[in-house]
Ligand binder design. Structure first.
Ligand code: KIV
Ligand code: ZN
Length: 517
């Protein structure tokens, strides 16, 4: 069997920078912990120079995570590389990931640099990064639209100057499996010093081929693949981790290699990321969609009952799909609750367990049966709860089908109770108008509002997800209650608190993507 494939996860960098996917520091830490349980090899935790908030979260992740390398992105500039190193240096295995564009269209129009200048910059900046950090990855952005001979020169310069990984990104999702495999083989044959570095691939999904392209590259001896949980990322996203890993595992016979990922953590990782970004999994999403292991047709059901492998190429257990859906209630004790939480794949501290048990008990007073979805909703909603500049104290609402609706809201802010009233087209509009009168949040607009029932029955928990736009960032707020007006208010406050938190921690300042060097 060939050497195992290194899984480089960039959910917290390339994934998180996509519109609607931004996460706050608590959410990023929670995702990083789950990536560690998943046993990815590298966590790209962010782009340290892009904002003080990003810097802080990369630093926190680097100091907490022990079993994965932790990387920060950096352009080929001293300031970027210094910030990246400062952020990752506490990691047990720190990595600086530096990049510059190499395609004619990017060099000419975006960088306004000649190929010679780019080559020089790669040599100088990779040397600078590798003096600081033992592991340096160099990416040739837009590699698949670059001239192959130029790529050879650039990668040779990077390796000569200390790069330990060279990455060949399909930045705009342009390549095809066969072409990409040829490019990887070409680089492997023609880069003089390739024995000193590993080849990594990084594919975007614009034409729906990110996973196929990555796997074709593995067939051509690339030994690192970059991916994100659920395939989140710029535009159509990145190669999906769960698809890559399950393809490598299921077709080990074909790829003759695998990876060290614990696949039984996949389902939980996927759920966590979907719940943080406030988007449900498409039902037909490979591996993690609700229908991925469902068999509707009689013929298929009959086959699976007789022998699961008739229609299942992988088992639901292999991705950690919970087997039973147990119901708890007000007579269930802390023990039963703790057991169920563990079975659902959560490893919680005593403190968190106590906190969630309290919420579970409160829920049992309002709801007869509490099932796995309810428990997971309690946990994921708490992860998204930010300290809170404004907390809901109480509210009174007047709802009318024919006249204007009104809402009185009382908020708690640093021990003080604020109260205001507002009118609105509907009760939620009225509530949000009242909040806006009191909360001093930066200019914002509500971009999306969705509500879903977490479980069955009239007493089900209602989860509201809002998307609030402030500046050029979209923030997700979530709220959970058996009263849907309350969930709506909590979701809006959660979103506004996150926006305020980001402003206070300086997370707003930069927002650099990769448009210049
Ligand atoms: O898609 C891309 O080219 C990137 C690089 C920064 C690696 O994300
Ligand atoms: Zn990318």
């Amino acid at each position: 069997m060939a050497q195992p494939i290194r899984i480089f996860d960039t959910t917290l960098r390339d994934g998180e920078q996509a519109p609607g996917c931004s996460m706050d520091i608590n959410e990023k830490l929670e995702v990083a912990r789950q990536l560690e349980r998943l046993r990815v090899d590298v966590i790209e935790a962010g782009f340290a120079i892009s904002s003080p908030g990003d810097f802080e979260s990369v630093k926190r992740i680097a100091s907490e995570i022990k079993d994965c390398a932790v990387a920060s992105l950096a352009r080929t500039s001293i300031k970027d590389i210094d910030a990246a190193y400062e952020a990752v240096k506490a990691a047990s295995s720190p990595l600086i990931h530096t990049f510059i564009s190499t395609s004619p269209v990017h060099m000419y129009h975006k960088l306004k640099m000649t190929p010679e200048q780019v080559l020089e910059k790669v040599a100088v900046m990779v040397a600078y990064a590798s003096k600081k950090c033992p592991e340096v990855e160099f990416s040739a952005e837009d590699a698949t639209r670059s001239e192959w001979d130029f790529l050879v020169k650039v990668f040779e310069a990077a390796i000569d100057n200390g790069a330990t990984v060279i990455n060949v990104p399909d930045t705009v999702g342009y390549t095809t499996p066969e072409e990409y495999a040829r490019l990887i083989s070409y680089l492997k044959t023609n880069i003089r010093n390739i024995d000193k570095a590993i080849i990594s691939v990084h594919c975007h999904n614009d034409l729906g081929m990110a996973v196929a392209n990555s796997l074709a590259a593995v067939g051509a001896d690339a030994t690192q693949v970059e991916c994100t949980v659920n395939g989140i990322g710029e535009r159509a996203g990145n190669a999906a981790l769960e698809e890559l890993v399950m393809a490598l595992n299921t077709r080990r016979d074909y790829f003759k290699t695998s990876c060290r990922v614990d696949t039984t953590q996949i389902y939980r990782a996927s759920k966590l990321v979907y719940s943080i970004i406030g988007t449900p999994a498409p039902i037909n999403k490979p591996i993690v969609g609700a229908n991925a292991f469902a068999h509707e047709s009689g013929i298929h059901q009959h086959g699976v009952l007789a022998e699961p492998t008739t229609y299942e190429i992988m088992s639901p257990e292999s991705i950690g799909l919970p087997k039973s859906r147990l119901v708890l209630g007000k007579h269930s004790g802390r023990h039963a609750f703790a057991d169920r939480v563990r079975e659902l794949g959560y490893e919680l501290s005593e403190e968190d367990l106590n906190k969630y048990f309290e919420e579970f008990k409160k829920l049992c007073d309002r709801k007869k049966d509490v099932n796995d979805n309810d428990i997971e909703a309690i946990i994921t909603n708490s992860i998204s709860k930010i300290g809170g500049f404004y907390r809901l104290h109480s509210f009174d609402i007047h709802i009318s089908g024919s006249a204007t609706n009104s809402c009185v809201i009382r908020l708690e802010k640093a021990g003080e109770i604020l109260e205001d009233v507002a009118l609105g087209d509907g009760p939620i509009d009225a509530a949000y108008n009242a909040i806006d009168k009191m909360a001093h949040a930066p200019e914002h607009s509500l971009e999306d509002y969705s509500i879903r029932s977490v479980s069955e029955g009239k007493d089900a928990l209602g989860e509201v997800i809002v998307k609030i736009k402030s500046g050029n960032k979209i923030t997700t707020g979530r709220g959970l209650s058996t009263n849907i007006i309350e969930s709506s208010i909590l979701a809006y406050l959660n979103g506004l608190n996150k926006i305020l938190e980001r402003r206070v921690s300086g997370g707003e300042a930069g927002n650099i993507r990769y448009d210049s060097t």
